[in-house]
Design a protein around this ligand. Sequence first.
Ligand SMILES: [Zn+2]
Length: 222
Amino acid sequence: MAIVNGKCPQCGAVTKVNETKETAFCTQCGDQINVQQSIYLLKAAERARPDHAQAGQTNHTRTTTSQRRENRERAAEKQVMEAETRQKVSDWLQMCSTEQDFLMLRKRILDMALSEREKGMLLSVLDEMTKQRLKDTLKKAADYKSSLESPVTGIIGAIVIAAIGLAINYFFSMKWPGIVCMILAVLALIGFISDHFDKKGMEENKKAAELIEEYRKQGYKL
Ligand SMILES: [Zn+2]
């Protein structure tokens, strides 16, 4: 084929040139151009431009796609690891029969030949599941703690309610607010006293608090 594309060195336009001739005229700017030079220029330009642009784009696409894939894989891996961790801990909890077994589980995990990361995951799941398992005990322990703190505040609360009722009665000569407040105060006192004299309940709560304390000593975050 004699007629091919060339690139005009003068204006840069792509123009038809006759390969068999030495010179041609640019169809864009009309300049006389060297045919071989114009063919060479066009090839060089094609080699440089589209190739690089394409390569750059592909590279960029490749990075984002592979990054996305990597993120997805990492997320999936994390999910699988979490599920496996939960399964492991729940199996171990199933195998525990005494409170002592449960108490020592944390130390057993710490003594395992595992990476720090795996141990950390196992321990945080263990804490979470133990909290769930000891939900009632934790509540009793909290009750015990508040019963230790409340003797004075409980009585003062009842007296304040009664005093407000009496003051309303006295200053506004209204009967009902005073009666309601006195009833509330009496109920509060009765509740408070029954809490404190419920020896069995108190004993249970105290035991619960001591048990929770033991777990905390072992490092459980409850
Ligand atoms: Zn030209």
